[in-house]
Write a protein that binds this ligand. Sequence first.
Ligand code: HAS
Ligand code: CU
Length: 551
Amino acid sequence: MAYEELTLSKQEKKLSMAFLHVAFISLLIGGLMGLLQTLVRSGKFTLPWGIGYYQILTVHGVILGLVLTTYFIIGFQYALMNKTVGMTIKERKYAWFGFWVMLVGTIMTATIILLGQASVLYTFYAPLRAHPVFYIGLALVIIGSWIAVFVNFHQLYRWKKAHPGEKSPLLAYMVVINMLLWIIASAGVAASVLIQFIPWSLGYQETINVLVSRTLFWYFGHPLVYFWLLPAYMAWYAIIPKIIGGRIFSDALARLSFVLLLMFSIPVGFHHQLTEPGIDPTWKFVQVVLTFMVVIPTLMTAFSIFATFELTGRKKGAKGIFSWLKKLPWKDVRFLAPFIGMLAFIPGGAGGIINASHQLNAVIHNTIWVTGHFHLTIATTVMLTFFGITYWLVPHLTGRTLTKGMNRLGVIQAIIWTVGMTIMSGAMHIIGLFGAPRRSAFSQYGGTEQASHWISYQMAQAIGGSILFIGILLMVYIFIKLAFFAPIGETEFPIAQEEPDAQPTPKFLENWKLWIILTIALILFAYTIPFIDIIHNSPPGSVPFDWPIGR
Ligand code: HAS
Ligand code: CU
């Protein structure tokens, strides 16, 4: 290895754990809401105490989609950076400051949603209007996360200065790409929150430009899903090979795929707005083409992970075409959980291609098919990989060990998750094709004729959702055990090395200026003209919609 692996100090371990604690508390709260939603949609259950469907749906989306993911990712990324390029005391202080800013924002947002004052869903589409505290809390979460961005940038910058001419450690490189993606993307939503939503919710502005707000949201919303995915890729490329006793297939290929994902994940937000009037079809077409470009680095990833699996299996003596599969450590949950995640990405990704195809999008848009799609991608591919990381990261951070029994529980957890998600997401995909709407309580469509055909699928969703909730309880139990009660001991932080005969990584991959300029150029190409067009031809602003959508 070109660089020296470092040992995390006690304080650094505490820092990462703080983020993980928030993540797992979120998993519990958000998961409970998910269970309630599937029960309500089954038509057999009504929420007590006047709690509204949109209230719990907002908690679910915000807490799982925005809070759990961001905290897990930042905590994990700090661990990766501290292990590869280290952290100074000053950097750690800033990191804690960022944590607190985010936490204050999170508590503000969560409280106001729970009070029923912000049932606007995680996309907070205007002209639905929430209490100002909702937007201010969100802005704080974003600003807090930017502090993490700059700490990570500084960590690599400091390391590079101390190691002139050396290539940066692969994982540190990947973290910095993901944080670049995050800051460029979240600037869009921050602009919308600060310039449009906050003044409007405080009453300083009477109307709001809906299309501008939705465009800024999806400028952020699509790269957001890649901000979730890239940490899973970090584990697939650089950690799983070590767990299975192999090596990184190609350092250069891994870096190239991260660069391509950075470039092609941002200028594509229109694929969430294909049905929206007010955006020129030509530009929708351009962004759809750019969306499909993302398939290239995705398939590069599939290829290299596959290659690592095969090479490792062959080194262990496998001979036939597929016999290397038998040599993989199936009983090791650190491998099994992420592997199932990879498999789920095959239908998940195929669904994504369908979504992005303009004509097919007309069939599935706003149906519960989309919900099925993202429960395969974020809630299976990404989450099972994050769980796989948890099994070694948490004991490493708390100075404990993953016992055989706990490993077995983890395997059971992964299986429960797979079964629950297959049933729930499968049912969602199917009734989505029949036209069942997403984001609607049963009471809104329960009486219609089509709805009578959906009943069995709604029940399947509820059954899948209940199985998943058991999976969540089990995962939270495992987390608590690993954090506080597992036997004291040393747990490995698995980081894979390159193949010894690997070609040297080309220098241009570390040409940050080049990648940033290309990324910005692509964004300007994809957005400038349509955005000017949107502003020029905007209808008068929309008035707020404060209808108590809690019911
Ligand atoms: Fe998506 C909607 C298009 C990927 C998440 N997506 C959503 C929403 C979320 C989400 C949350 O174009 C809902 C937003 C909302 O609330 O409205 N999505 C795509 C496309 C991709 C894609 C083209 N999505 C993701 C990922 C997500 C995610 C990843 C989360 C992490 N999505 C859309 C579109 C919509 C959408 C439209 C809007 C729909 C609408 O109308 O509202 C692509 O990135 C997918 C590329 C992936 C592949 C699969 C490759 C397979 C691999 C497997 C590796 C396996 C191995 C194992 C190595 C082409 C890499 C092999 C071993 C063996 C032994 C087999
Ligand atoms: Cu997207």
